[in-house]
Design a protein around this ligand. Structure first.
Ligand SMILES: [Zn+2]
Length: 810
């Protein structure tokens, strides 16, 4: 119970700025309830442990900065929406929670000659909300690629010497994208009234859709598929010039129902390209017609394997279910043969997917296909990969294994994986997620070699995109509003997965020190995590890196693994197949852990301040025992250790010439007296003093305690725990964990006293890099000498100079 014991064990946790804190310093934890404030005052005075003046000064200091500090620890209160019957104050769905349902039947034709998609779809929309709906809103995401799209109109650009061909090609691009809607009809085939508003379409209903009722819509359409490598995109095609082949990764390929709920009504915010998607759940029956030599990978389970796969492929697939390493369903030799061929006709692949929020597929004659069954709580999930030969040797070795690891780690930290398959498809330079299927980059050099960055980039992107099955495909947050709710949470579990894959894995995001560069950057170029997708600065750091790091810190440092993992799983369980908002996450993490984290959400999610704590000062105090013999001996030692003024030292050499030496009659009592020797009078007084003390007071007086008073500053603004490591003169070490609440009343500087019988030789703040402190140079007492290496310039060894134009002309 790491989280709890850390708090409970800190019996010496106190804030020296309050009087009542002085007494508990001396007390074992279970005696703290007996504090008598009057006695505290007396003791404080008696032992000169802290002088009144110090206390008053500290009180004043705390008043000056208190209003800001209190804001940092203020409850989020009005910043979160008011709880209601759909969403409770505990962060759980309320008793009237509902989900709309959108079921699809689709006939899709992939035209490999013209790179276009033809679709005929039928949507059954069920209104489970208590509201009556007069119209439906539908997303036409392909319209982002239309010639007149808003995305093109608002994209900004400036030209400099670094401008690439890719950028200019995109500028000149005149691709005729966007849905060509041919027909919109009601269930009875009567024509429907509809209005297209850029990437959205409103369909007016013949009569209002009552609560609990369903309605059908039929839509016929087609669109041109984009060349991803020329104009980008989350889906599209990759063209292989050598053998004139296409590899399609197809998504956002059909008009998709918008989400309707009590948070935003219809979520009909335009698709501009960055803020991703928000979709209701439903069941999908999909026929995908492709050239008959293509292999299709898709969301859902294949319904007609006997029609589209050979007997040998089906046998291999059966074998793969219980294999402990990926089995080839289509091997490289077979794929290489297929990619040289031409189709004789078409083939239709039929899929069914239950309770998914979206659907995507990939198709090519180039695909190698491997699979392996993964046991998730007694159910076999098929982890599978589809890749062209260009992905090898990386893909056959790592892809399906990475899918399997993702399913196992995520199932442990969230909810068990829910779907029958999890597929990773390779196409160049991409990372994009859909239910059960994702498209991933990571391609070796043509000669089969690859860098460590390519290998780890490939494994990481697979873990990440497969991980999106959990966030947001099942724990279905609104991506168009909040990128961090899926990307940040997903990147966090991605980090856990990478570390379970290999504890030496070079994880890019998650470890606190990796976010330091971003956190200490120019504040005008940093937005809070709680910023809408379209307006975020530094997208990757803001929406992926920082939230992943914050959650990692919450797990390792603030709550401890046990409390965090319980709360995080609770969030996943509560919001699976529902639409959580940020407040539902914040509230659940507090509700299930029992720890007030409002300050943490404020600092990490609503603010931009970095963490920068420092040790300002360390002072040693010892109690004056009043024992004249002890105290005078101590004073003697102290005096002898003090430096002597140079002039006095030189004068001592002239002592023989001194008048009082040459004329002894000038000496009196004071010349002879040993000022370090205790008088009988002093000894007697001390005995009387002792008589008036209780036993525990005597123990304090003579306990030989060392009191180290340490001052800390919060220079960054984001309050965080003070984590200390003391190294003692006997070589032993001790760690102290002081919760962030120490900054509750003064978030600029706090002073704290630690007592020990040992001698402290050094103190380190955040010794294990837990807090993303942006400046560690002030984290050590005594201060460390910064070390670095510099290069010597030598003209004879420096790189050859470019000849000047005159030299070139010679
Ligand atoms: Zn992502």
């Amino acid at each position: 119970m790491k989280g709890l014991t850390r708090f409970e064990n800190d019996q010496n946790v106190l804030n020296n700025q309050s009087l009542s804190a002085v007494w508990p310093l001396f007390q074992p934890f279970d005696k703290q309830m007996e504090v008598n404030p009057r006695r505290v005052l007396l003791l404080a005075a008696k032992f000169h442990f802290m002088r009144y003046t110090t206390l008053i000064t500290l009180f004043l200091a705390s008043c000056v900065s208190s209003s800001l500090a209190q804001e940092k620890f203020e409850q989020l209160g009005t910043q979160l929406p008011t709880p209601n019957v759909y969403r409770t104050a505990s962060g759980a769905p309320g008793h009237e929670d509902y989900q709309q349902k959108a079921d699809y039947k689709m006939d899709i034709i992939l035209d490999d000659e013209n790179q276009k998609i033809d679709g005929k779809i039928e949507i059954t929309y069920t209104n489970n909300s208590p509201d009556q709906l007069d119209y439906l809103w539908i997303q036409l995401d392909q319209n982002m690629r239309a010639r007149d799209s808003e995305t093109k109109a608002i994209s900004t650009m400036s030209i400099d010497n670094g401008t690439s061909y890719y950028a200019l090609k995109r500028l000149h691009n005149d691709f005729d994208g966007g849905f060509k809607i041919q027909k919109v009809a009601h269930g009875d085939d009567s024509e429907a009234e509809f209005t297209i508003v850029k990437t959205m379409m409103r369909v007016d209903l013949k009569e209002p859709l009552k609560s609990g009722a369903s309605t059908n819509l039929k839509i016929d359409y087609w669109y041109n598929i984009n060349n991803r490598k020329e104009i980008g995109g989350r889906s599209g095609y990759e063209y292989f010039e050598d053998e004139d082949n296409y590899l399609y990764t197809i998504a956002q390929f059909y008009p998709r129902m918008c989400v309707y709920n009590e948070v935003e009504g219809w979520q009909n915010k335009q698709f501009l390209g960055r803020g991703e998607f928000t979709l209701p759940f439903g069941n999908y029956s999909v026929n995908i017609t492709v050239p008959d030599d293509h292999v299709v990978a898709s969301t859902g389970s294949l319904q007609n394997d006997t029609e589209v796969l050979t007997q040998e492929q089906r046998d291999r697939f059966e074998e793969a279910k219980t294999a402990d390493r990926p089995m080839m369903i289509i091997n490289q030799k077979e794929a290489e043969k297929a990619e040289k061929g031409k189709p004789k006709g078409t083939k239709t692949w039929t899929y069914y997917a239950e309770n998914v929020r979206d659907f995507a597929f990939a198709s090519s004659r180039k695909f190698i296909w491997d699979a392996m069954g993964v046991n998730i709580e007694g159910k076999t999930v098929m982890a599978m990969s589809y890749y062209p030969k260009e992905g090898n040797p990386l893909w056959e070795k790592y892809s399906t294994e990475a899918v399997a690891q993702t399913l196992e780690t995520y199932s442990k930290h969230t909810i068990p994986y829910q779907y029958p398959v999890a597929i990773s498809v390779h196409t160049d330079r991409i990372g994009m997620e859909y239910p059960m299927i994702c498209f991933n980059g990571g391609r070796p050099e043509p000669d089969g070699t690859y860098s460590s960055a390519t290998k780890h980039g490939m494994i990481s992107v697979i873990i990440h995109e497969v991980g999106h099955n959990f966030f947001p495909m099942i724990i279905n947050s609104d991506e168009r509003q909040w990128t961090w709710m899926d990307e940040g949470l997903n990147t966090f579990v991605q980090y856990l997965t990478e570390q379970e894959w290999d504890p030496n894995y070079p994880s890019r995001r998650g470890p606190p020190q990796n976010i330091v560069g971003y956190m200490k950057g120019d504040q005008s170029n940093i937005s809070p995590i709680m910023t809408n997708s379209e307006s975020i600065f530094q997208f990757g750091n803001n929406a992926y890196g920082k939230p992943a790091t914050a959650l990692n810190i919450l797990r390792e440092t603030i709550l401890g693994r046990e409390l965090f993992d319980y709360a995080f799983r609770t969030y996943a369980e509560r919001w699976a197949y529902k639409h959580p908002t940020p407040a539902d996450f914040f509230r659940t993490m507090e509700d299930a852990s029992g720890v007030d984290l409002d300050w943490f959400w404020r600092g990490w999610f609503f603010g931009t301040d970095p963490v920068n704590l420092s040790i300002d000062e360390v002072k040693l105090y010892n109690v004056n025992t009043k024992d004249p013999e002890k105290e005078l001996a101590a004073k003697n030692m102290q005096d002898e250790s003090e430096p002597i003024y140079l002039g006095y030292a030189l004068n001592l050499e002239l002592i023989d010439d001194a008048r009082v030496i040459n004329k002894p009659e000038l000496k009196d009592f004071y010349n002879e007296r040993d000022e370090y020797k205790a008088s009988d009078y002093d000894k007697k007084r001390y005995e009387e003093y002792l008589k008036k003390l209780t036993d525990d007071e005597k123990e304090l007086l003579n306990g030989n305690w060392n009191y180290y008073q340490i001052k800390f500053s919060n220079k960054g603004g984001l309050p965080m725990p003070i984590i200390l490591e003391f190294i003692y003169s006997d070589g032993s070490t001790e760690r102290k964990y002081i919760p962030a609440e120490i900054w509750k009343r003064d978030d600029v500087q706090v002073s704290k006293v630690f007592f020990t019988k040992k001698k402290v030789t050094s103190v380190a703040l955040d010794p294990n890099l837990e807090t993303a402190d942006i400046d560690r140079s002030d984290n050590y007492w005594p201060q460390r000498i910064p070390k670095s290496r510099f290069e010597l310039y030598s003209p004879q060894n420096s790189r050859e100079r470019e000849p000047n134009p005159m030299q070139k002309e010679k």
